[in-house]
Design a protein around this ligand. Structure first.
Ligand code: UD1
Ligand code: CA
Length: 448
């Protein structure tokens, strides 16, 4: 692409059909808000500029957009009078030359390859407008592309489309490439549709044709064009994206016997040869090393699992968990902001939060790091080779030295030195032959 490229992402709509307070473009999809998917694909085109059109008050969306490395320009549209009006609002963000590529914040599955094809087709034909078409299984709600003799003549919104268009025509995927030099003239020609009180961007095609300018369309893959207006469409897009992510992981050599049950995030990194058992869920920011095994029903988020480590079944790795080489996290273990060094084990029923565990330490069943006193969070340190007996409460801040042993059932409030043995529980008493006596007493009390 030789000519300059400017990408404008429209995301000011209210998203009322989602029936949720959350702005539509902040709905998460595979561990990332919708708008970030669109920004990422725009970024891959290496445009000279990206602008995002938002409505005033969409602070949370502005924050997400602001985190993008591309430093997009945010343009505010007020009131929201349709997609055409949104692009008019972005007028000042437009350069004078090349192509303006308009994308919607609610269409996250597009690939840069398809977008590049659209931009190149527009340039090759010197078209005023090039539109991406596709043929979804359910075309309801999409504009239809009226084409004659290879030329795009107009886009007819679903509610105005006749039976022939509804039967035969491709749908508008919402991506339009404009010749920047002619865009301003087209925007001035967009009528107001009184029934919705909106200017439709799609009317730019008929406007261009009326001026004798060429418009074209290319068709893209069905799986890329789906726009999200409802929760059902978000679920459908999630399904398609998950298929894409699983196929990529399998192609890399990840072992997944039931991939259709595994939920990945867009940034999940799994080394070849790692095993992901059925029903594992990855939130954002997870890395799994070679030869590691994640057993069924585990949930991981912002966690690193080194090679040869074993997780689950039924484990929960929360943000900041780092599991070392060959280490083990067993069933019903929850971790957060912690490191478990190589070869260490926490095999059953444990909470490890704000803690560092040394190499080959063994954390007994039911151990809890008491890291929170209702006000602050405190750290626990467990040295290498330490042995923490079952059902121990480690009241942070506290340290257990290397090779130390803590007796089962202890409540540890003071540091245990290296090689020390700590018992912190009531001493056991035995009263011979008292069980029968006690039972008789209790029976009498019950019977009055
Ligand atoms: C739109 C297209 C339709 C196409 C479909 C593809 C129009 C008139 N219709 O319909 O032809 O098939 O997308 O998914 O363009 N937005 C604003 N400001 C506004 C209104 C909308 O920024 O005033 C943004 C929305 O946030 C959204 C995008 O524009 O990201 C599309 O708006 P939406 O209302 O979802 O359009 P559709 O009805 O899906
Ligand atoms: Ca839409």
């Amino acid at each position: 692409m030789a000519a300059p490229l400017c990408v404008i992402i429209l995301a000011a709509g209210k998203g009322t059909r989602m029936k949720n307070m959350l702005p539509k473009v902040l709905h998460p999809l595979a561990g990332r808000p919708l708008i970030e998917h669109v920004l990422a694909v725009a970024d891959a085109l290496l445009p000279t500029r990206i602008a995002v059109v938002l409505a005033p008050g969409m602070r949370d969306v502005e924050d997400v957009v602001g985190r993008s490395p591309l430093a997009p320009v945010v343009v505010l549209q007020e009131p929201q009078l349709g997609t055409g009006h949104a692009l008019m609002a972005a007028g000042s963000a437009l350069p004078g030359l090349g192509t303006v590529l308009v994308m919607f914040g609610d269409t996250p599955l597009l690939t840069s390859a398809t977008l590049r094809r659209l931009v190149e087709a527009r340039e090759a034909e010197n078209a005023a407008v090039a539109v991406l078409g596709f043929r979804p299984d359910d075309p309801a709600g999409y504009g239809r592309l009226r084409v004659d003799d290879g030329r795009l003549l107009e886009i007819v919104e679903d509610r105005h489309a006749d039976a022939v268009l509804k039967r035969d025509a491709a749908c508008n995927a919402g991506v339009m490439a404009f010749d920047t030099a002619r865009l301003g003239a087209l925007l001035q020609m967009l009528p107001l549709h009184p029934e919705k009180n909106e200017h439709y961007l799609t009317d730019a095609v008929a406007a261009a044709v009326a001026r004798g300018w060429v418009c074209i369309t290319i068709e893209g893959p069905v799986s890329e064009g789906i726009g999200i207006n409802s929760q059902a469409q978000l679920a459908e897009v999630t399904r398609l994206l998950q298929e894409r992510l699983r196929a990529a992981a399998l192609a890399e050599g990840v072992i997944m016997p039931a991939p259709e049950t595994v939920h990945l995030a867009v940034d999940t990194e799994i080394a070849p040869g790692a095993v992901i058992e059925p029903y594992v869920v990855f939130g954002p920011g997870v890395r799994i090393g070679a030869g590691a095994i994640v057993h069924s029903f585990s949930h991981l988020e912002r966690a690193v699992v080194a090679q040869g480590a074993e997780i689950g079944p039924f484990a929960r790795l929360r943000p900041g968990s780092e599991i070392g080489e060959g280490a083990k996290i067993g069933n019903f273990v929850e971790t957060k902001n912690m490191t478990l060094a190589a070869g260490a084990k926490a095999n059953h029923l444990t909470y490890l939060g704000d803690v560092s565990v040394g190499t080959k330490a063994n954390i007994g069943a039911g151990t809890i790091t008491c890291n929170y006193d209702g006000f602050g969070k405190y750290m626990t340190q467990i040295g290498e080779g330490a042995f923490i007996g079952s059902n121990t409460a480690l009241v942070a801040p506290v340290m257990v030295g290397a090779q130390a042993i803590v007796a089962a059932g202890s409540v540890v409030t003071r540091d245990v030195p290296e090689d020390g043995f700590a018992v912190a529980r009531a001493r056991q008493e035995i009263k011979e032959n008292r069980a029968g006596w006690l039972r008789e007493r209790l029976r009498r009390r019950k019977n009055g």
